[in-house]
Design a protein around this ligand. Structure first.
Ligand code: SF4
Ligand code: SF4
Length: 332
């Protein structure tokens, strides 16, 4: 559906909900290892690039390893960045989580495989049975190169073929998922993120027919108006209209599955947030007493379940629009 929207007053997200957005028992630990990336995509909410230097320290990495080992309730360790593979702590965290029997997700941009010093990554991923969640914002070359840079599509295709050769997408222990992001709106004729299922079929048909590529799932993720997306929207006076559009698409059925409910998001300084988006907007998670948390504090408290309510903001409407959106794609 395409809608044209004028500036209107937003209802605060928390007021839109029937009840407070409470935290459920934590089962996902998402770690943002740092801001360094070999790419600098136009939609990047992290504002990552090769020039960024912020990354995990050995001290915080050790604390995270302790959390992974001490809390069996963590089922999944989700490594993101920047390019997580380029930032300190990637391999120690992978190995600690796998040794504890947890699923490990690596959010890879694929092109990192062709950077000097990183050529062993595909084999390393396969040896450790990492679940690869790879960005490919479109199955067509032009759209990908516009968002991510010249030549990125070609390298992504070669990387996917490489992963397929190792068994990814075919072997049940080697899961390969792709991520679709819509283009950033350039005028006020916004459209909802397309339905995931038919888009997945289109990706599968195109990539198999032209390149022999197979993969498991496609995650359709809505661009939240933060980071570079917000900058581009503001530049065109579209930030507020886009938020109003997202509010108009609010779907209460998505609320129960929002990813912030059962995850902790940790930054390279060891600070805790409810999700990666709040992390980028510097909205820390809090206990009911208003205490902001760090990894070392959670270790001291001996519990991961100390956050009462999720912190919300206007951009949360991006997660509840239409079919909903999360790091694992649509919610309903
Ligand atoms: S690959 Fe990912 S982290 Fe790197 S710049 Fe692009 S969107 Fe950002
Ligand atoms: S941005 Fe999305 S995931 Fe983060 S707190 Fe808001 S609704 Fe939850």
């Amino acid at each position: 559906m395409i809608t044209s929207i004028q500036n209107t007053q937003l209802t605060p997200f928390a007021e839109k909900l029937d009840q407070p957005l409470t935290k459920q028992p934590i089962s996902v630990l998402q770690i943002n290892l740092g801001r360094r990336c070999n790419l600098a995509c136009s939609h990047c909410h992290v504002e990552a690039s090769p020039k960024r230097t912020e990354e995990l320290s050995p001290e915080i990495c050790e604390q995270l390893v302790e959390v992974i080992e001490r809390f069996p309730q963590i089922q999944s360790v989700d490594l993101t960045g920047g390019a997580p593979e380029m930032n300190y702590g990637f391999r120690p965290l992978v190995e600690a989580a796998r040794a504890s029997g947890k699923e490990v997700i690596v959010r890879s941009n694929l092109t990192i495989f062709f950077q000097p010093g990183f050529e062993d990554l595909p084999a390393y991923f396969a040896e450790n049975q990492l679940r690869v969640v790879a960005s490919l914002p479109c199955y067509l070359e032009d759209n990908v190169d516009k968002m991510r840079g010249q030549g990125v599509y070609d390298e992504s295709i070669k990387a996917l073929q490489w992963l397929n050769k190792l068994g990814y997408g075919r072997d049940s222990d080697l899961i390969l998922d792709l991520v679709y992001n819509p283009p950033i709106p350039t005028q006020a004729d916004f459209s909802a993120t397309p339905a995931q299922e038919p888009l997945e079929q289109a990706y599968k048909a195109h990539l198999h027919k032209h390149f022999g590529i197979v993969f498991n799932h496609l995650f359709a993720i809505t661009n939240l108006p933060i980071g570079r997306t917000k900058f581009h929207l503001q530049h065109r006076d579209l930030h507020q209209p886009y938020l109003s559009f997202l509010e108009g698409e609010f779907n209460a059925a998505t609320v129960g599955s929002l990813m912030c409910r059962n995850q902790l998001s940790v930054d390279y300084n060891g600070k805790i947030y409810d999700c990666d988006f709040n992390q980028m907007e510097d909205i820390p998670a809090q206990t009911p007493e208003g205490e902001k948390l760090t990894v070392s504090r959670l270790l001291e408290l001996g519990s991961l379940d100390v956050i009462g309510k999720v912190q919300t903001d206007d951009f949360c409407y991006g997660c509840t629009a239409g079919c909903g959106s999360s790091c694992g794609g649509s919610l309903v």
